[in-house]
Write a protein that binds this ligand. Structure first.
Ligand SMILES: Cc1cc2nc3c(=O)[nH]c(=O)nc-3n(C[C@H](O)[C@H](O)[C@H](O)COP(=O)(O)OP(=O)(O)OC[C@H]3O[C@@H](n4cnc5c(N)ncnc54)[C@H](O)[C@@H]3O)c2cc1C
Length: 363
């Protein structure tokens, strides 16, 4: 075996496929299998965007990743990406928008700065944004996350890769020890266990990754539906109301549902045994937000919901680095609520054994 990978979320899957495309013999182990109910990557959709303020690495990685996503989409014959445009309603912090503009200018990524009033007239579904400036990313959109997990797994198997439903218990010296007692020997090991990474390397990652409870709601579109892609974008808004900060984002109607979620970090969550029932309080807050901002959605029926987890690092940077004790052991994780889109670039970095400063394990 050339490469053994623990974790078949999108980081592990993209890494497995990328190494297999480059001729490696790869085996991918996942405790509960591809697209399992607990995996962070296993939701309906994830946003693809390049606006990252001053964190230019991710604007670059997002662009690099989209090229790969489109190639994989063509190879698997299923739609993985939907271009919708992304609308950022600018908040009180002008720094983020100006740093984003500078980064996108430097990288030649198209965007439009919308003066106050422009977003409101372009997207009349919003209420109360007449005085808001906005940043419009026309090429941005949505990745169909669960569908992509299953499709990438199939592409990987078509390349001769092997996926086993088996948990990795630990890494000791030169071997990966599985929960069923087997030990696995490979030239290179990649640990991509998302929020479970800290269980495998508790002393290294216990203090670096915090796992938070995040709730996602899907509403039935109104009739007639003027929330479809083309009429309505992916959008993000951060702000302050009644002395409290809020941060919501949402999507157009995709597969018959309109998504809304809060990006605020929730309480600590156990990704194995935590209760995944959404709370009536969060739903009430979401409806309250919709009443103010997207009133046509506020009374709509809730048709799906999900409790997921952010594997939040201290500084929201990903972790893509060698284990400090072993040359041939790599860690890929710390998605911090924005990692999915970047998985192909993470995989390329692992292939090239590159660790940009931002994603190094902070010592
Ligand atoms: C609500 C929410 C919204 C998000 N929105 C976005 C977005 O819009 N755009 C974006 O780019 N990103 C977004 N993200 C972040 C993104 O989903 C994650 O960064 C990404 O999916 C992480 O993938 P991963 O492979 O690191 O982890 P995971 O998908 O969690 O995969 C880890 C895998 O490891 C397996 N595993 C665990 N323990 C073991 C073990 N001991 N042995 C073997 N296998 C094991 C698990 O079964 C799991 O399949 C969001 C996340 C959440 C929760």
């Amino acid at each position: 075996m050339d490469v053994a990978i623990a974790g078949a979320g999108m980081f592990g899957l993209a890494t497995a496929l990328t190494f297999a495309e480059n001729g490696a013999h790869v085996v991918l182990f996942d405790r509960w299998g591809v697209a399992n109910a607990r995996a962070t990557s296993n939701d309906h959709t994830r946003v693809w965007r390049t606006a990252y303020g001053p964190k230019r690495l991710y604007s670059r990685w997002a662009r690099e990743s989209l090229e790969v996503w489109k190639r994989w989409e063509a190879e698997c014959g299923e739609q993985l990406f939907q271009q919708t445009g992304v609308l950022w309603l600018e908040g009180d912090d002008p720094e983020f928008a100006s740093a984003t503009r500078a980064a996108l200018d430097a990288l030649g990524i198209p965007y439009e700065s919308l003066a106050a009033g422009r977003a409101a007239s372009r997207f009349p579904q919003f209420s109360g944004i007449e005085d808001r400036r906005a940043l419009w990313e026309p090429l941005a959109g949505v990745l169909f996350a669960r569908r992509a997990c299953l499709a990438i797994a199939r592409l990987f198997e078509r390349r001769g890769g092997k996926i086993e439903t088996a948990g990795v218990a630990s890494f000791s010296g030169r071997r990966m020890i599985l929960e069923d007692g087997r030990d696995i020997s490979a030239d290179k090991y990649v640990f991509a266990c998302g929020p479970w990474l800290r269980d495998i390397f508790p002393s290294l990652l216990g203090g670096r990754i915090r796992v938070t409870r995040q709730e996602v709601f899907y509403f039935e579109p109104p009739a007639p539906d003027n929330f479809g892609p083309g009429e309505f974008p992916v959008w993000l808004e951060e702000g302050r109301r009644a002395g409290k900060e809020f941060s919501y984002y949402g999507m157009p109607t995709l597969d018959g549902r309109v998504k809304l979620a809060s990006d605020e970090r929730g309480p600590e969550f156990d990704p194995t045994s935590g209760d995944r029932t959404t709370s009536p309080e969060s739903l009430a807050q979401a409806r309250d937000f919709l009443t103010r901002r997207l009133p046509a959605l506020a009374p709509q029926r809730l048709i799906d919901s999900r409790v997921c987890q952010y594997e939040q690092t201290i500084d929201s940077h990903l972790i893509v680095d060698r284990h400090p004790d072993w040359e041939n052991v790599w860690i890929a994780g710390g998605g911090s609520g924005h990692g999915f889109k970047l998985a192909p670039a993470v995989a390329n970095a692992l292939l090239r054994e590159e660790t940009p400063d931002e994603v190094r394990l902070k010592r």
